[in-house]
Design a protein around this ligand. Structure first.
Ligand code: NAP
Length: 210
């Protein structure tokens, strides 16, 4: 059993979530409110290690009513420090990493109250990781990027919905919302759309796996 999983991103018209310098501030206030409203309706929010490092997000609910969900970081190499905001702010942080790290290094996270999940060797086994999250009571999971994590989850068929807000920008280069090297042919079915802030377009799709 795995959680019902929704990928949420804000991208440019040319599909980029960050430019080559890492700049990624694409949301408008109504988009932020939607993001926080979804956070309040899921059991956990997940990000990849590069997003946790580059954006240093809190992943808490601030612009909506409701509780903050579990905050999950996928980080095979322990690159995200225990002092990262995602592990420091009140609430529960979960570090998903691979087997084989020393207990001393993992203790640095556990001392801060972070739950450590060891899954896979070399690289986190995402299929196992989401099942382990389900075992911790996570029924609904929101994934907030970045492109590498989004791509890996979609290619393993672990994504149920894609929520994307298209911001009125073009970057021409940078990370895309699903960034991988092999290509995927995923079919999406649109079920909701809304104009935000007079120029952003919010779209919700169900993923159709054949
Ligand atoms: N506009 C938006 O909505 C938005 C949202 C989020 C992020 N962003 C931007 O996106 C950029 C980061 O995206 P990104 O694609 O570079 O990184 P990412 O998806 O945040 O993180 C990728 C990392 O996840 C780790 N990982 C562990 N197991 C994995 C697995 N099985 N499959 C794939 N990855 C795995 C890998 O590092 P290890 O191998 O070390 O574990 C990999 O390098 C930043 O610039 C950020 O600002 C934008």
């Amino acid at each position: 059993m795995r959680p019902y999983t929704i990928v949420f991103s804000t991208e440019t018209v040319d599909g980029r979530i960050a430019d080559p310098t890492g700049f990624s501030q694409l949301s408008c206030i109504e988009d932020f409110i939607l993001q926080h409203t979804l956070r309040a309706r899921v059991d956990a929010v997940m990000v990849g290690s590069r997003t946790a490092i580059m954006d240093n997000p809190r992943l808490t609910v601030r612009l909506s009513s409701g509780w903050s969900p579990l905050r999950v970081v996928i980080d095979s190499k322990l690159r995200v420090p225990p002092s990262a905001r995602v592990f420091s702010v009140p609430g529960k942080g979960v570090l998903v990493t691979v087997e084989g790290h020393s207990s001393e290094r993992l203790l640095e996270y556990r001392r801060r109250g972070v739950v450590v999940v060891e899954s896979g060797r070399g690289r986190v086994d995402l299929r196992d990781a989401v099942e382990r999250l389900a075992g911790m009571g996570v029924r609904r999971l929101m994934v907030e990027g970045g492109g590498g994590l989004n791509y890996a989850l979609l290619s393993y068929r672990l994504v149920d919905e894609v929520w994307v807000t298209i911001a009125p920008y073009v970057f021409g280069a940078g990370r895309s919302m699903f960034e991988g090297d092999k290509g995927i042919r995923a079919r999406l079915a649109l079920y909701y759309n809304k104009i935000l802030c007079g120029g952003w377009v919010h779209l919700r799709y169900r993923v159709v796996y054949h």
